[in-house]
Design a protein around this ligand. Structure first.
Ligand code: A3P
Length: 297
């Protein structure tokens, strides 16, 4: 099946040449990573773990009631996933508490992070749990599906916007840079930074589609300044209504201090799997707008 997908993948997957690879390995941990590739005309940058999963994502079968949350990493994805999931599921807080967000929302390219080299460091149990968490695109059983991706639109199925609802959350790149730095320090077996770049191309691909009826383009900064307005926009987009009472409970649930404590979303799971370093900043870290001087968008 994978081979067939590779034949039906129109984008060029270019392995970095030895000189470029040596340059990248100055900054990335060679003991953990197998190598690097760039995909498509914009040269989106990944570890080779993407090679198998990219064609199967591009060719995956879409369902009209799939709901996607897409973003460049560290843009407030987790926050928006929880918002979207709760609005779409009629405020089912019981399930939201019982089932971790990573299990309610499939991270569609998540398997790319298990490099062959890094897998050697994992226990069998961790390997099994990672495989269960990051299922290949065609193995997500539960419907309707909620899917998270950091891939730009050009690497997702071409009929995505004609078929499914997509929310893109964007954030000031300077705050993303700081957040990403802390993120990569936190996760033990990463040994690299700024995958998925170029950031601007990723965001621009969605920005260009912002008026498509199936695309909702949001800014992290807007959500932080006025969460109820963002909730209203998401609800309208998903064809849902929100009462005043539901609004106030949801905004309370999504408030930074509560979110930080919420074990369903705060990625404690990575600590349990022993994938997170000790004594580093937590996943729900600061939640601030630092780059206030001028708005680049
Ligand atoms: P900081 O590291 O700047 O604090 P992602 O989910 O895409 O990885 O994004 C993570 C960023 O979103 C982190 O930014 C995190 O603190 C922030 N975030 C998560 N939950 C939040 C919330 N409830 N309110 C505000 N920011 C939140």
């Amino acid at each position: 099946e994978t081979n067939e997908n590779i034949h039906q993948y129109p984008l060029d997957i270019k392995v970095l040449n030895p000189d470029e690879t040596a340059e990248v390995f100055k900054y990335f941990s060679e003991s953990l990573q197998d190598g690097f590739v760039r995909i498509g005309p914009k040269g989106y940058f990944f570890t080779t773990g993407i090679n198998e999963v990219a064609p199967s994502i591009y060719n995956m079968e879409l369902k009209p009631d799939d709901t996607w949350v897409i973003s460049f990493p560290k843009s407030g994805t987790t926050w928006m996933q929880e918002l979207v999931w709760l609005v779409a599921n009629d405020f089912d807080y019981a399930t939201a508490e019982a089932v971790p967000l990573v299990a309610r929302f499939n991270f569609i390219e998540g398997s790319m992070f298990s490099s062959k080299k890094s897998l050697r460091y994992y226990s069998d149990e961790t390997r099994e749990q990672l495989a269960a968490l990051f299922k290949p695109p065609d193995h997500i059983a539960k419907l309707p599906r909620f899917i998270k991706s950091h891939l730009p639109l050009s690497l997702l199925p071409p009929t995505l916007l004609d078929t499914c609802k997509v929310v893109h959350i964007a954030r000031d790149p300077r705050d993303i840079a700081v957040s990403y730095y802390h993120h990569d320090k936190r996760l033990k077996l990463m040994g690299y930074t700024v995958l998925f770049s170029p950031l601007f191309d990723n965001v621009k691909e969605s920005w260009e589609k912002r008026n498509h009826p199936n695309m909702l383009f949001l800014f992290y900064e807007d959500a932080l300044k006025d969460l109820p307005s963002t909730v209203k926009r998401v609800a309208k987009f998903l064809g849902k209504t929100v009462t005043e009472e539901q609004m106030s409970r949801l905004c309370d649930h999504l408030a930074f201090d509560n979110f930080k404590k919420n074990k369903s979303v705060n990625m404690e799971i990575f600590k349990k799997l022993n994938l997170s370093c000790k004594d580093v900043s937590p996943f729900i870290r600061k939640g601030e707008i630092k780059s206030l001087i001028f708005n680049i968008f």
